[in-house]
Design a protein around this ligand. Structure first.
Ligand code: FMN
Length: 271
């Protein structure tokens, strides 16, 4: 007999355990539920939460009860991580004045950024425009992702006060990353954050990831107030609150990426 435990062996084992539990009148201790889903079956609760989640950028003024925030953080705590390192820590900000201070600082940073890279602020043909354009082109070549049109447009809107960084949410969860985590700790941050966001969705709360929260990292005084200290740094934030309107009605486009599917010695391309 092979010393590798096959799935079928595991199922047999679980059946034996179930039978033993039933005989002894104990509650079944089966840990894995095996569902045979027919093609085209209705989405289950988890799938439904994934499909109906939207990024929420308009929140009611009402605060979310603390116990609900604790509850979604608990889902984040149970996220998988490489080597089970759990390289995260959470800072929950529910204080209006503190959120306003965080917002103001990010706006100031965005104002500085647009002043130094956005040549459209200056009249065509002007010396200033030419100098800033040259600077921007250099920076763009050195770090193309940072100057992608989407973040740059958002940075300009933040600087002009047309787009709030923390979306005036009543609760902001900062997710800190511990850089000493094994592998790629930022991936683990994405995993714990996804658990939080989906748990919030299942409870009727709205969330929005805020990558711009990293702008806070250059404000030592604010970091100290927030309790962010090495080896931790701000990786992401998630705004939480009660959504205004019915955001699940809005559709956000998704690409259909091709899937390489290897099976039975053959490679297929699926969509
Ligand atoms: C890691 C990460 C960072 C993000 N940062 C921001 C942000 O700073 N501000 C914002 O309004 N949305 C942010 N988003 C939300 C994305 O814009 C959004 O998920 C995407 O447009 C898809 O829309 P949907 O979430 O409604 O499906 C972020 C999303 C992720 C996953």
């Amino acid at each position: 007999m092979s010393d590798v435990l096959e799935l079928e062996d595991l199922e047999d084992l679980e059946c034996e355990l179930e039978a033993a539990d039933a005989k002894a009148g104990r509650t079944a201790r089966r840990r894995t539920a095996i569902h045979d889903i027919e093609p085209g079956a209705a989405w289950n609760d988890v799938e439904h939460a994934i499909l109906t989640r939207r990024s929420i950028r308009k929140f009611k003024g009402r605060q979310v009860p603390a116990h609900m925030i604790r509850r979604i953080l608990e889902m984040g705590r149970f996220a998988p991580s490489q080597g089970n390192c759990q390289p995260w820590s959470f800072v929950v900000v529910r204080d209006k004045a503190m959120i306003a201070e965080m917002e103001q600082y990010c706006v100031a940073v965005c104002k500085n950024m647009t002043a130094s890279v956005d040549y459209t602020n200056y009249p065509p043909g002007s010396e200033q425009r030419a100098a800033i354009m040259e600077n921007t082109q250099k920076l763009n070549r050195a770090s193309p992702n940072s100057f992608h049109p989407v973040p740059m447009t958002a940075i300009k809107s933040i600087a002009n006060g047309r787009f709030a960084v923390f979306h005036k949410a009543p609760t902001v969860i900062l997710i800190l990353v511990e850089e000493r985590g094994v592998g790629v700790p930022e991936v683990d941050i994405g995993v714990t954050g996804t658990n939080i966001v989906l748990a919030a969705q299942s409870l009727g709360l709205g969330t929005c990831w805020v990558g711009f929260s990293r702008l806070l990292s250059s404000n030592a005084a604010l970091l100290e107030k927030l309790g962010v200290a090495p080896p931790f740094e701000i990786a992401e934030a998630i705004c939480v609150g009660y959504p205004i309107g019915n955001p699940t009605q809005q559709t956000v486009s998704r690409q259909t990426h091709q899937i390489v599917w290897w099976e039975g010695g053959e490679k297929q391309i699926l969509y």
